[in-house]
Design a protein around this ligand. Sequence first.
Ligand code: 13P
Ligand code: SF4
Length: 300
Amino acid sequence: MDKIERIKELKREKNAVILAHYYVDGAIQDIADFVGDSLELARKAKSVESDIIVFCGVYFMGETAKILNPDRKVLIPYYKAGCLMADMAIAEEIEEFRRENPDYAVVTYVNSSADVKAVSDVCCTSANAVKIVENLNAEKILFVPDKNLGSYVAEKVKNKEIKVWSGYCPVHQKLTVEEVEKKKKEYPNAVFVAHPECKKEVRDLADFVGSTSQIINFVKETKANKVIVGTEEGIIHQLKKQRPDIEFILAYSEFSCDQMKMITVDRLLNALEREQFEVEVPKDTAKKAKVAIEKMIEMS
Ligand code: 13P
Ligand code: SF4
């Protein structure tokens, strides 16, 4: 029996559900029961009734699923698949900021550890960050950890004082203005779509800025026949399915998240066979982080 068939069989036998982010390999997106952006995946994880959730994504996504649905066994096929940006903020520093700035509310991007979420007022994703900051009952906000998404939010929400943390996604950060201009010159009729984790100068060149799902929705409707993609290459798998008539051009040649690519078909198979690697979040941390994540879901 081939590996994909065996995965499907194990899934049925063990009453498991596979959730996957758009940045994992296309073969995994195709086996998954549900593929989505971070917000959709969090919502989906919360509603799963199967015994096991296998989360094909990076570690913080598995943690969020466990926090929202603690009675399920949550597995991640490779526990070393972490988000590089999530490591750029630690709870102790956020707590110190809070002690020194008690008038600030802390809004934390879900690309963060459970520890950091636990010391935050509310979480957000790239799909709802503007809405959350706009509607939060606070005039002063610390946005953690992504400085690029933070600056995007600050551009949109003009009536609040927004400080941004110093984190960033190294994969999105690498995209330069020069690279985008080069691609635009090469494909003059193409539209350029970008994730808000890109630098401001890059976002300013975009025809559309949004989360992975928002980019997919934009592309579904576009009249253009060429699209320059300013986010991780895994998304092109879905974009091609939606619009086989469009030519997709990656904004730079190595726009790939090594962490997401650690999730392979072999590791997914092992995860189901051996029921590894189980995601656990300490109870006290989970309880506090859940408040911030649930508040995000309520507000979005
Ligand atoms: P989305 O929420 O847009 O899917 O983004 C997740 C992510 O990790 C972007 O780098
Ligand atoms: Fe984290 Fe960047 Fe990878 Fe997204 S693309 S998971 S932000 S390292």
